[in-house]
Ligand binder design. Structure first.
Ligand SMILES: *Cc1c(COP(=O)(O)O)cnc(C)c1O
Length: 382
């Protein structure tokens, strides 16, 4: 990765607070909700997103994404909803990539009609699929790459070129890639969103979100966010800062394991299909090579029809059949039965989600142990 050495140092040190009182090695934590009056527009207060720990963490994540500024939220959905609603108003139209995180899709479908905001989903992931949806009142494009759960790759440069040409903004949910593997701002994307519950937190014990972008755009989001109130508690801000110190090491290990697992599964007779952007036969492998530093820790695969996917998941031993992703422990789930259960059959079919599909979130365990768990499970259930 270009600038890898700098990135490693930033993971550890960017945005850290200095303990002037005792000279401690880590950022002190300031739990105060009330601060001495100063002459600035907004005095420090947790819901104003401007307490010392919140500001430090926002700086840290912004520096990892090569952004001017950032805001930390109490969940990924809080970050996503605030970013979208602050950039849209009654009568506006926005284009969404069809492959979308389930919660985001649900938010748009349930809430946007109440505000009179129009939206379209694309038919595919090519620039032309986005261009085809542009109307006179279109204000922005929202993408997710690699996508959930089939790891589709959207070309960041060409989407941002299209948007600039049409004078509209672009937002990306960069959760699956993490800032280690992809920095969309370098490719001209305006706003980067993260569910910090995933790779940034990385230990399946923190719920948080982040928005990164130019100072101007972050100010716009902030003006709504201070009214809606979605700030993150100081304690969790501090824990998230601590987690990010190991972000590079964790994600690097997850990238390596995921590639090995994808290559192993690709040659197994009980697997009919593997989705991983690091495989040569992935349809968008070349775009992934161009815009990603690593191919990520997420992959999906289809079991052959003879294998019952629920039975497969429940017989795994080391790999946990849990809902979330990106932790240092490997997990697997059936999108059909969990993350994408609320979609209609048509929506699922369009996104390539069937009952044989398994989404795999690679942890940092030994590859041999993970491989043996998969092989043992197949032995037990067949
Ligand atoms: C989990 C997730 C979200 C939502 O984040 P929360 O922290 O659960 O609110 C959004 N996008 C993607 C891609 C996710 O995986």
């Amino acid at each position: 990765m270009k600038g890898e050495e700098k990135f490693k140092t930033k993971c550890v040190h960017a945005g850290e607070l200095v303990d002037k009182q005792y000279g401690g090695a880590t950022s002190p934590i300031f739990m105060s909700t009330s601060y001495k009056f100063t002459d600035v527009e907004f005095n420090q207060y947790p819901r104003y997103f401007n307490t010392p720990n919140q500001i430090g963490l926002a700086k840290k994540i912004a520096s990892l994404e090569a952004a001017e500024a950032g805001l930390i939220f109490s969940s990924g959905m809080s970050a996503i909803s605030n970013a979208l609603l602050s950039h849209l108003k009654y009568g506006d139209h926005v284009i969404f990539q069809n492959d979308l995180y389930g919660g985001t899709r649900n938010f748009i479908k349930k809430e946007f009609p109440k505000y009179g905001i129009e939206f379209s989903f694309t038919n595919g992931i090519l620039v032309i699929d986005f261009e085809n949806e542009i109307k006179a009142n279109t204000k922005g494009i929202y993408i997710e790459t690699p996508s959930n759960p089939t790891l589709k790759i959207v070309d960041l440069s060409s989407i941002s070129e299209l948007a600039k040409d049409k004078n509209i903004w672009t937002m990306i949910d960069n959760t699956f890639a993490s800032p280690v593997n992809q920095n969309p701002i370098k490719y001209g994307i305006d706003i980067v969103l993260h569910s910090a519950t995933k790779y940034l937190g990385g230990h399946s014990d923190i719920c948080a979100g982040a928005v990164l972008g130019s100072k101007k755009r972050i100010k716009k989001i902030y003006n709504l966010a201070k009214n809606l109130g979605g700030s993150l508690s100081e304690m969790t801000v501090w824990l998230l800062e601590r987690s990010i110190k190991t972000l590079f090491l964790r994600v690097q290990a997850q990238n390596e394991n995921a590639l090995k697992i994808a290559e192993f599964l690709d040659n197994e007779s009980w697997i009919s299909k593997v989705y991983y952007p690091g495989l040569n036969h992935h349809p968008n492998h070349n775009i992934a090579v161009k815009q990603m530093n690593g191919f990520g820790g997420m992959l999906s695969f289809e079991l052959v029809p003879e294998i019952d996917s629920k039975k497969f998941l429940l017989n795994l031993n080391l790999i946990k059949p849990t809902m979330s992703l990106a932790g240092i422990e490997s997990t697997a789930l059936s999108p059909r039965l969990t993350s994408h259960a609320l979609l209609t059959d048509d929506e699922r079919e369009q996104q390539g989600i069937n009952s044989q599909l398994i989404r795999f979130s690679t942890g940092i365990e030994s590859f041999d142990d993970l491989k043996n768990d998969l092989l043992n499970t197949i032995r037990i259930i067949s």
